[in-house]
Design a protein around this ligand. Sequence first.
Ligand code: NI
Length: 166
Amino acid sequence: MVDIVFYPDELLIQQSEPVEMFDGELAELTDEMIAALAPAKGIGLAAPQIGILKRFFVVHVPDQDPLVFVNPTITESSLDRFDYEEGCLSVPGVYAPVSRPSVITVSAYDAKGTPFVLTADGLMGRVIQHEKDHLEGVLFIDYLPSRRRSRLIEKYEKPLTQFWRE
Ligand code: NI
């Protein structure tokens, strides 16, 4: 069971530290994070969102296997971009279109420490960029024009409990 950290918690604006040990604890945490996605109706979750300031996240896009990204680096981003409506488990109820590169290449390690390189577009490319931002303390709402951001935040109410937890 993982506890989600909600905006405006300070943990969400911190820079995360590299993972140094690919141990059983990391494997267990990433399994729990993947398991939390379906009930939360989420497709990605980053360690800072469960209060751990380490550089890893999980992604589970429909019809694909779940993926773990540890110490990721985005090595290439296309000049071509597209707008897509994003949301975040840490900012529940808030959705807004964000412009990001259409195609990215990411280098990372899986939970066992095996390196891999992935080129992704569409929803997969989108969620990888969103989750990677969490490791830098950046939220999708940070990309919005300030007036739009303020309007959305005015309406936002931090949940007292995890609405999806049962
Ligand atoms: Ni998020």
